[in-house]
Design a protein. Structure first.
Length: 329
């Protein structure tokens, strides 16, 4: 049986396809945008949200008639940039492309989050998803996830792992693995997936489970060994990498996703226009090809579907986070 996460992503993808068949202009667009639109990325350059933001911004600019400018505002596991947009003017000129952590998981992890993603942000569209890939250095002498877990158990103080931030799937997926296997490793957060992988390559940490876009080029170059993907089924974009279930850990699964949101109170007409334009861009063959080249799957869909998806993710991950004992004051 497919997991709740995979079933939901599949349903959203099917619904998005139906949305894209609708006429391009169902309502009269407001006098917007009146100036450049900022698309805030709450992670560093080269991160998966940054890559996706730049692909979308390039094609949205001519469709909106104003430049779409990508702005990196990294910090606090994505909370800094996401929170800044939550507090921005709701005029449609400031958006965020954020992820699982700042939009869902951090509401459970943090005792006091400085913004409420469910109240202070308006969903626009679920832009895409991707697998995390667990990897070690090619010369680490570890050839499988079972070997990695066995080594972690044998040397409980000898392993660190990097992530793209506290509360990210690259963090919580490993926390879930630790809970399920009784193993131990110290979490070291970094501002982006390239930085997290650089830490593995330099030997600062022993492994990482981060988005494939940062991992697979190093695997192809022979510098890293890919041990498993975090999704329930093998990715068609890297079919040679086994799933965690195939590696012997059936109860560990995580899908990293990226969504675009605006400040709450942004006019419905602006949200609707943004949703139609982004869905149209996501359907373009060259955009899909570019995303696939970065190991990303475009999704799309309506604002309402994104709102429901975020609530479903909250229900899925809240008990997992609480069982892991991970908290941030």
């Amino acid at each position: 049986m497919p997991s709740p996460i995979r079933r939901h992503l599949r349903a959203l993808a099917l619904a998005a396809t139906a949305c894209l068949m609708l006429p391009a202009a169902q309502a009269q667009s407001p006098a917007w945008p009146q100036r450049p639109v900022r698309l805030v990325v709450p992670y560093g350059p080269g991160s998966s949200p940054d890559v996706m933001a730049r692909i979308l911004a390039e094609r949205l600019t001519p469709r909106l008639g104003q430049p779409v400018l990508v702005e990196n505002r990294a910090g606090a596991g994505g909370n800094v940039g996401t929170g800044a947009v939550a507090k921005a003017a709701p005029d449609g000129h400031t958006l965020v492309i954020s992820t699982n952590g700042p939009l869902v998981n951090n509401t459970v992890l943090y005792s006091r989050l400085p913004y409420d993603p469910f109240r202070e942000l308006a969903p626009v569209v679920l832009a895409g998803g991707q697998a995390n890939v667990c990897a070690v250095r090619a010369d680490a002498g570890i050839g499988s996830m079972k070997e990695l877990v066995a080594a972690m158990r044998a040397r409980p103080g000898g392993f660190n792992f990097s992530s793209i931030g506290v509360g990210s799937l690259s963090h919580l997926g490993v926390e879930l693995l630790k809970v399920r296997t009784g193993s131990f490793a110290v979490h070291i957060p970094y501002p982006s997936s390239p930085a997290a992988i650089t830490a593995v390559l330099q030997g600062d940490v022993q492994f990482s489970c981060v988005p494939a876009v940062a991992v697979m080029p190093q695997v192809r170059a022979g510098r890293l060994k890919a041990l498993a993907v975090s999704t329930g089924a093998r990715s068609a974009l890297m079919p040679e990498v086994p799933t965690l279930k195939e590696a012997g850990f059936p109860d560990v699964e995580a899908v990293a996703w990226m969504a675009i949101l605006a400040p709450a109170g942004t006019p419905a007409e602006v949200i609707g226009r943004l949703n139609r334009e982004i869905n149209a861009v996501l359907a373009l063959p060259d955009v899909r090809e570019r995303m696939h080249s970065q190991y990303m799957e475009p999704i799309g869909g309506s604002p309402e579907q994104l709102a429901r998806f975020m609530q479903d993710e909250l229900r899925v991950w809240t008990p997992i986070i609480r069982r892991s004992g991970a908290t941030i004051e």
